[in-house]
Design a protein around this ligand. Sequence first.
Ligand code: NAP
Length: 248
Amino acid sequence: MRITLIGYGRMGQAVERVAQARGHTVVGVIRRETPPEERLTLAQQAEVLIDFSHATAVPHHIELALTTQRPLVIGTTGWDSQREQYAQRVREAGGAVLYAPNFSIAVQVFLEQAVALAARLLQLEGWDLAIEEIHHRAKADAPSGTARALAQRLQQTLGKAWSAHLPEQGRLPEDQFHVSAVRVGHEFGTHRLLLDGPYDFIELTHRAKNREGFAYGAVRASEWLRGRKGFFAFNEVLNEILSTGRID
Ligand SMILES: NC(=O)c1ccc[n+]([C@@H]2O[C@H](COP(=O)([O-])OP(=O)(O)OC[C@H]3O[C@@H](n4cnc5c(N)ncnc54)[C@H](OP(=O)(O)O)[C@@H]3O)[C@@H](O)[C@H]2O)c1
Protein backbone atom coordinates (compact mmCIF):
# COMPACT_ATOMS: atom_id res chain seq x y z
CA MET A 1 0.00 0.00 0.00
CA ARG A 2 1.30 3.49 -0.83
CA ILE A 3 1.13 5.76 2.22
CA THR A 4 1.62 9.50 2.61
CA LEU A 5 2.37 10.59 6.15
CA ILE A 6 1.04 13.90 7.44
CA GLY A 7 3.40 14.95 10.24
CA TYR A 8 6.83 13.43 10.58
CA GLY A 9 7.56 13.78 14.28
CA ARG A 10 7.86 11.00 16.86
CA MET A 11 4.68 9.24 15.70
CA GLY A 12 5.07 9.83 11.96
CA GLN A 13 8.48 8.16 12.11
CA ALA A 14 7.15 5.23 14.16
CA VAL A 15 4.35 4.73 11.58
CA GLU A 16 6.95 4.68 8.82
CA ARG A 17 8.92 1.92 10.59
CA VAL A 18 5.84 -0.22 11.24
CA ALA A 19 4.36 0.34 7.76
CA GLN A 20 7.61 -0.69 6.08
CA ALA A 21 7.85 -3.77 8.27
CA ARG A 22 4.36 -4.76 7.04
CA GLY A 23 5.41 -4.37 3.41
CA HIS A 24 3.95 -0.91 2.71
CA THR A 25 5.75 2.03 1.09
CA VAL A 26 5.84 5.59 2.37
CA VAL A 27 5.64 7.58 -0.87
CA GLY A 28 5.33 11.05 0.66
CA VAL A 29 5.68 13.10 3.81
CA ILE A 30 3.67 16.28 4.39
CA ARG A 31 5.26 18.59 6.95
CA ARG A 32 4.15 21.85 8.51
CA GLU A 33 6.07 23.84 5.88
CA THR A 34 4.86 21.85 2.85
CA PRO A 35 3.12 24.30 0.43
CA PRO A 36 -0.53 23.64 -0.58
CA GLU A 37 0.17 22.54 -4.21
CA GLU A 38 2.81 20.07 -3.04
CA ARG A 39 0.38 18.71 -0.42
CA LEU A 40 -2.10 17.92 -3.19
CA THR A 41 0.52 16.06 -5.22
CA LEU A 42 1.83 14.10 -2.21
CA ALA A 43 -1.70 13.09 -1.25
CA GLN A 44 -2.61 12.03 -4.80
CA GLN A 45 0.46 9.76 -4.97
CA ALA A 46 -0.82 7.73 -2.02
CA GLU A 47 -3.57 5.17 -1.51
CA VAL A 48 -4.02 6.26 2.10
CA LEU A 49 -3.02 9.22 4.28
CA ILE A 50 -1.98 8.85 7.93
CA ASP A 51 -2.05 11.99 10.10
CA PHE A 52 -0.04 12.38 13.31
CA SER A 53 0.47 16.14 13.33
CA HIS A 54 -1.21 18.94 15.32
CA ALA A 55 -4.85 19.47 16.32
CA THR A 56 -5.16 22.88 14.62
CA ALA A 57 -4.18 21.36 11.26
CA VAL A 58 -6.61 18.40 11.32
CA PRO A 59 -9.52 20.25 9.59
CA HIS A 60 -7.16 21.16 6.69
CA HIS A 61 -6.02 17.55 6.44
CA ILE A 62 -9.63 16.35 6.30
CA GLU A 63 -10.30 18.82 3.47
CA LEU A 64 -7.16 17.59 1.69
CA ALA A 65 -8.39 14.00 1.95
CA LEU A 66 -11.84 14.94 0.64
CA THR A 67 -10.41 16.99 -2.26
CA THR A 68 -8.07 14.19 -3.33
CA GLN A 69 -10.60 11.43 -2.43
CA ARG A 70 -8.02 9.59 -0.35
CA PRO A 71 -8.89 7.69 2.86
CA LEU A 72 -7.43 9.36 5.94
CA VAL A 73 -6.42 7.81 9.27
CA ILE A 74 -6.16 10.42 12.03
CA GLY A 75 -4.15 9.78 15.19
CA THR A 76 -3.71 13.45 16.08
CA THR A 77 -5.47 14.36 19.33
CA GLY A 78 -6.88 17.58 20.79
CA TRP A 79 -9.62 18.34 18.18
CA ASP A 80 -12.43 16.33 19.81
CA SER A 81 -14.74 19.34 20.16
CA GLN A 82 -14.92 19.57 16.32
CA ARG A 83 -15.20 15.85 15.77
CA GLU A 84 -18.97 15.56 15.20
CA GLN A 85 -18.97 18.52 12.82
CA TYR A 86 -16.23 16.92 10.69
CA ALA A 87 -17.75 13.45 10.88
CA GLN A 88 -20.85 14.90 9.25
CA ARG A 89 -18.79 16.77 6.66
CA VAL A 90 -16.95 13.54 5.74
CA ARG A 91 -20.17 11.53 5.44
CA GLU A 92 -21.84 14.18 3.29
CA ALA A 93 -18.82 14.45 1.01
CA GLY A 94 -18.54 10.66 0.62
CA GLY A 95 -15.07 10.53 2.17
CA ALA A 96 -13.36 7.93 4.34
CA VAL A 97 -11.85 8.91 7.70
CA LEU A 98 -10.95 6.75 10.69
CA TYR A 99 -9.97 8.40 13.99
CA ALA A 100 -8.60 7.23 17.31
CA PRO A 101 -7.18 9.24 20.18
CA ASN A 102 -5.25 6.04 20.92
CA PHE A 103 -4.39 3.43 18.31
CA SER A 104 -3.00 0.91 20.78
CA ILE A 105 -5.13 -2.23 20.50
CA ALA A 106 -4.26 -3.11 24.12
CA VAL A 107 -5.52 0.31 25.25
CA GLN A 108 -8.86 -0.28 23.57
CA VAL A 109 -9.21 -3.57 25.50
CA PHE A 110 -8.06 -1.76 28.67
CA LEU A 111 -10.74 0.93 28.20
CA GLU A 112 -13.49 -1.67 27.81
CA GLN A 113 -12.38 -3.50 30.95
CA ALA A 114 -11.91 -0.27 32.91
CA VAL A 115 -15.48 0.86 32.17
CA ALA A 116 -16.91 -2.56 33.05
CA LEU A 117 -14.96 -2.70 36.34
CA ALA A 118 -15.96 0.82 37.36
CA ALA A 119 -19.61 0.19 36.46
CA ARG A 120 -19.64 -2.89 38.70
CA LEU A 121 -17.92 -1.31 41.70
CA LEU A 122 -19.63 2.06 41.60
CA GLN A 123 -22.94 0.29 42.23
CA LEU A 124 -21.62 -0.51 45.70
CA GLU A 125 -21.83 1.88 48.60
CA GLY A 126 -18.95 4.30 49.21
CA TRP A 127 -16.98 3.82 45.99
CA ASP A 128 -15.35 6.68 44.10
CA LEU A 129 -13.14 6.89 41.02
CA ALA A 130 -10.53 9.04 39.28
CA ILE A 131 -8.34 8.88 36.16
CA GLU A 132 -4.66 9.78 36.01
CA GLU A 133 -2.60 10.11 32.84
CA ILE A 134 1.17 10.65 32.54
CA HIS A 135 2.92 11.75 29.33
CA HIS A 136 6.20 13.25 28.12
CA ARG A 137 6.73 17.00 28.43
CA ALA A 138 6.31 17.72 24.72
CA LYS A 139 2.71 16.51 24.59
CA ALA A 140 0.58 19.35 23.19
CA ASP A 141 -2.81 18.64 24.82
CA ALA A 142 -4.11 17.75 28.28
CA PRO A 143 -5.83 15.66 29.48
CA SER A 144 -4.81 13.17 26.79
CA GLY A 145 -7.30 12.09 24.14
CA THR A 146 -7.35 8.63 25.73
CA ALA A 147 -8.09 9.98 29.21
CA ARG A 148 -10.91 12.06 27.71
CA ALA A 149 -12.30 9.03 25.87
CA LEU A 150 -12.25 6.96 29.07
CA ALA A 151 -13.76 9.82 31.10
CA GLN A 152 -16.48 10.30 28.49
CA ARG A 153 -17.41 6.61 28.54
CA LEU A 154 -17.43 6.53 32.35
CA GLN A 155 -19.54 9.68 32.42
CA GLN A 156 -22.13 8.07 30.14
CA THR A 157 -22.11 4.78 32.04
CA LEU A 158 -22.10 6.14 35.59
CA GLY A 159 -23.98 9.42 35.14
CA LYS A 160 -21.18 11.31 36.91
CA ALA A 161 -19.47 14.27 35.20
CA TRP A 162 -15.68 14.41 34.81
CA SER A 163 -13.56 17.41 35.62
CA ALA A 164 -9.94 18.14 34.81
CA HIS A 165 -9.88 21.04 37.27
CA LEU A 166 -9.84 21.05 41.03
CA PRO A 167 -11.14 24.23 42.65
CA GLU A 168 -8.24 26.19 44.21
CA GLN A 169 -10.37 26.60 47.31
CA GLY A 170 -13.00 24.07 48.24
CA ARG A 171 -13.83 20.52 47.28
CA LEU A 172 -14.51 18.61 44.10
CA PRO A 173 -18.33 18.44 43.90
CA GLU A 174 -19.78 15.03 44.87
CA ASP A 175 -21.33 14.49 41.44
CA GLN A 176 -17.95 14.84 39.64
CA PHE A 177 -14.84 12.68 39.29
CA HIS A 178 -11.34 13.94 38.72
CA VAL A 179 -9.12 13.47 35.64
CA SER A 180 -5.54 14.54 36.28
CA ALA A 181 -2.65 14.99 33.84
CA VAL A 182 1.06 14.81 34.69
CA ARG A 183 3.81 15.90 32.28
CA VAL A 184 7.28 14.52 32.89
CA GLY A 185 10.37 13.57 30.89
CA HIS A 186 9.93 11.13 28.01
CA GLU A 187 7.03 8.95 29.20
CA PHE A 188 5.26 7.39 26.17
CA GLY A 189 1.86 7.31 27.89
CA THR A 190 0.40 5.87 31.08
CA HIS A 191 -3.31 5.75 31.92
CA ARG A 192 -4.59 4.71 35.28
CA LEU A 193 -8.10 4.15 36.61
CA LEU A 194 -8.26 4.58 40.38
CA LEU A 195 -11.17 3.00 42.23
CA ASP A 196 -11.51 3.74 45.92
CA GLY A 197 -13.88 1.84 48.21
CA PRO A 198 -14.39 1.70 51.97
CA TYR A 199 -12.18 -1.40 52.34
CA ASP A 200 -10.25 -1.65 49.07
CA PHE A 201 -8.31 0.44 46.55
CA ILE A 202 -7.93 -0.77 42.97
CA GLU A 203 -5.57 0.65 40.35
CA LEU A 204 -5.87 -0.49 36.74
CA THR A 205 -2.90 0.73 34.69
CA HIS A 206 -1.93 0.67 31.04
CA ARG A 207 1.61 1.76 30.26
CA ALA A 208 2.91 2.05 26.69
CA LYS A 209 6.46 0.65 26.37
CA ASN A 210 7.14 2.49 23.09
CA ARG A 211 5.32 4.27 20.22
CA GLU A 212 5.25 1.21 17.96
CA GLY A 213 1.98 -0.05 19.46
CA PHE A 214 0.15 3.15 18.42
CA ALA A 215 1.76 3.02 14.98
CA TYR A 216 0.79 -0.64 14.55
CA GLY A 217 -2.89 0.09 15.24
CA ALA A 218 -2.86 3.04 12.84
CA VAL A 219 -1.33 0.93 10.04
CA ARG A 220 -3.84 -1.88 10.62
CA ALA A 221 -6.62 0.73 10.53
CA SER A 222 -5.35 2.17 7.23
CA GLU A 223 -5.27 -1.32 5.67
CA TRP A 224 -8.92 -1.78 6.71
CA LEU A 225 -10.08 1.70 5.62
CA ARG A 226 -9.02 1.36 1.98
CA GLY A 227 -12.11 0.94 -0.20
CA ARG A 228 -14.57 2.02 2.53
CA LYS A 229 -16.64 5.21 2.92
CA GLY A 230 -17.70 6.93 6.12
CA PHE A 231 -16.37 8.34 9.39
CA PHE A 232 -15.21 5.59 11.73
CA ALA A 233 -14.05 5.44 15.34
CA PHE A 234 -11.26 2.87 15.83
CA ASN A 235 -12.86 1.32 18.94
CA GLU A 236 -16.18 0.83 17.15
CA VAL A 237 -14.64 -1.09 14.21
CA LEU A 238 -11.73 -2.75 16.03
CA ASN A 239 -13.19 -6.26 15.97
CA GLU A 240 -13.77 -5.97 12.23
CA ILE A 241 -10.23 -4.66 11.71
CA LEU A 242 -8.75 -7.55 13.69
CA SER A 243 -10.83 -10.11 11.85
CA THR A 244 -9.41 -8.95 8.50
CA GLY A 245 -5.86 -10.05 9.29
CA ARG A 246 -3.73 -11.71 11.91
CA ILE A 247 -2.09 -9.76 14.74
CA ASP A 248 1.66 -9.97 14.24
N1 NAP B 1 -3.72 8.25 18.39
C1 NAP B 1 -2.63 7.75 18.96
O1 NAP B 1 -2.49 6.54 19.19
C2 NAP B 1 -1.52 8.70 19.34
C3 NAP B 1 -0.35 8.23 19.93
C4 NAP B 1 0.68 9.14 20.18
C5 NAP B 1 0.50 10.49 19.86
N2 NAP B 1 -0.68 10.91 19.31
C6 NAP B 1 -0.91 12.28 18.87
O2 NAP B 1 -0.29 12.45 17.60
C7 NAP B 1 0.09 13.81 17.42
C8 NAP B 1 1.56 13.88 17.04
O3 NAP B 1 2.35 13.35 18.10
P1 NAP B 1 3.93 13.30 18.00
O4 NAP B 1 4.41 12.78 19.31
O5 NAP B 1 4.34 12.64 16.73
O6 NAP B 1 4.24 14.87 17.92
P2 NAP B 1 5.54 15.57 17.32
O7 NAP B 1 6.75 14.70 17.51
O8 NAP B 1 5.55 16.96 17.87
O9 NAP B 1 5.25 15.62 15.75
C9 NAP B 1 4.22 16.38 15.19
C10 NAP B 1 4.61 16.60 13.75
O10 NAP B 1 3.51 17.22 13.08
C11 NAP B 1 4.04 18.21 12.24
N3 NAP B 1 3.03 19.22 11.94
C12 NAP B 1 2.52 20.21 12.72
N4 NAP B 1 1.62 20.93 12.02
C13 NAP B 1 1.56 20.36 10.79
C14 NAP B 1 0.85 20.67 9.60
N5 NAP B 1 0.02 21.70 9.52
N6 NAP B 1 1.03 19.87 8.51
C15 NAP B 1 1.87 18.83 8.55
N7 NAP B 1 2.63 18.52 9.62
C16 NAP B 1 2.46 19.29 10.73
C17 NAP B 1 5.21 18.79 13.00
O11 NAP B 1 6.05 19.44 12.09
P3 NAP B 1 7.26 20.39 12.59
O12 NAP B 1 8.35 19.41 12.92
O13 NAP B 1 7.52 21.22 11.41
O14 NAP B 1 6.75 21.13 13.80
C18 NAP B 1 5.81 17.50 13.59
O15 NAP B 1 6.71 16.89 12.70
C19 NAP B 1 -0.28 14.51 18.73
O16 NAP B 1 -1.56 15.09 18.59
C20 NAP B 1 -0.33 13.37 19.75
O17 NAP B 1 -1.16 13.64 20.84
C21 NAP B 1 -1.68 10.04 19.06
